[in-house]
Design a protein around this ligand. Structure first.
Ligand code: AMP
Ligand code: TRP
Length: 337
């Protein structure tokens, strides 16, 4: 056996299939998925089980699942290079979730800011799944021995917990899990709401606060023009005092590659109109090719199904191997002695 074959490092990331994917999902996560596909061995999952922490309409969820997969593919992800699959199709996620929950403390979960935010938003449905959501996320990542996880800044705390769980488990049983690193975009790791730029852009908020990946150019222009800024007409990067303008600058910088200084020089002193139009143009030219591909791919149900099946098979093989090891370490009796 050749001992020195350098294995590619592994990447894992997931996106919930709820509502419409947003520009935040695109800049914070999806766009990086494509950039990583050649250098790494990547799994990209539609995390449908995570979506159930909030009550979903079954018909809507089913549609959103397929739509999310079509968007993954339309963004250019090659389903042969990457494993693209649904979380629920690989049962080992649920199994590992349980084992890891026995290595996670209540206090750790209570500190999660997403849990606090979501329980405030859905006060009538603070279910146990919402609470243990980060454990399932840790299971997603650790199941594949992932080295790196491309995510937006809002998931940093969850990733930190996944690392702690991995280290705790390894501390007891030896080196079982890889301790994963986060991979964050340099600009745009936290795209903010267009209407309240102190909060992150989220697909569960009202329509006018976010740009959906599938929004048509006229809708994008309209939402951009109405985006909250301030009355100072100064295009200057200052997230503290000018969160609205700074958010739009980050979007433009992330999509066009322009630095903040270049953006300031080009658009300061001209009123916000031309600046907002430039941001809209950059968004439209990033999203239009994806939208065109999306139309083509989403009409081909047989293709989507074949990607789904192939992804589930390939992911299952890796998951199966990890679980043999984990069960053995834990002392779970194998079926064949
Ligand atoms: P979710 O839609 O919550 O499943 O998020 C999927 C991915 O998109 C995660 O990596 C998030 O960190 C990222 N993401 C979601 N919203 C934003 C945002 N407003 N800015 C940057 N990244 C985001
Ligand atoms: N919790 C992530 C989010 O809401 C989605 C997610 C679930 C995820 N499992 C993951 C992201 C594993 C990265 C890796 O944004």
């Amino acid at each position: 056996m050749e001992a020195n074959i350098q294995q590619k490092k592994r990447i894992f990331s997931g996106i919930q299939p709820t509502g419409q994917l947003t520009l935040g999902n695109y800049i914070g996560a999806l766009r990086n998925f494509k950039l990583l596909e050649d250098e790494y061995d990547c799994l990209y999952s539609i995390v449908d089980m995570h979506a159930l922490t909030v009550r979903q309409n079954p018909a809507e969820l089913r549609k959103a699942c397929l739509r999310t997969m079509a968007i993954f593919l339309a963004s250019g992800l090659d389903p042969q290079k990457n494993i693209i699959y649904f979380q629920s199709h690989v049962h080992e996620h649920a199994e590992l979730n349980w084992y890891l929950s026995c290595f996670t403390y209540m206090g750790e979960l209570q500190r999660m800011t997403q849990f606090k935010d979501k329980s405030a938003k859905h006060a009538d449905n603070i279910n146990a799944g919402l609470f243990t959501y980060p454990v399932l996320m840790a299971a997603d990542i650790l199941l594949y021995m992932s080295d790196m996880v491309p995510i937006g800044a809002d998931q940093k705390q969850h990733l930190e917990l996944a690392r702690n769980i991995a280290q705790r488990f390894n501390g007891v049983y030896g080196d079982v899990f890889v301790v994963p690193e986060g991979y964050f975009p340099k600009v745009g790791a936290r795209v903010m709401s267009l209407q309240d730029p102190t909060r992150k852009m989220s697909k569960s908020d009202p329509e006018e606060t976010y740009i959906a990946i599938l929004d048509k150019p006229d809708v994008i222009r309209r939402k951009m023009r109405r985006a909250k800024t301030d009355s100072e007409n100064c295009v200057e990067f200052d997230p503290e005092n000018r969160p609205g303008v700074s958010n739009l600058m980050s979007i433009l910088s992330a999509l066009s590659g322009m630095s903040m200084e270049e953006i300031s020089e080009t658009y300061s002193g001209k009123g916000y109109g031309p600046f907002k139009d430039a941001v809209a143009d950059s968004v439209i030219s990033a999203l239009e090719p994806i939208q065109n591909e999306y139309e083509r791919i989403s009409a081909d149900k047989a293709y989507l199904e074949s990607v789904m099946q192939d992804g589930a098979d390939r992911a299952s093989r890796i998951a199966h191997k990890t679980m043999l090891k984990v069960r053995k370490k834990l002392g779970i009796a194998p079926l064949k002695l």
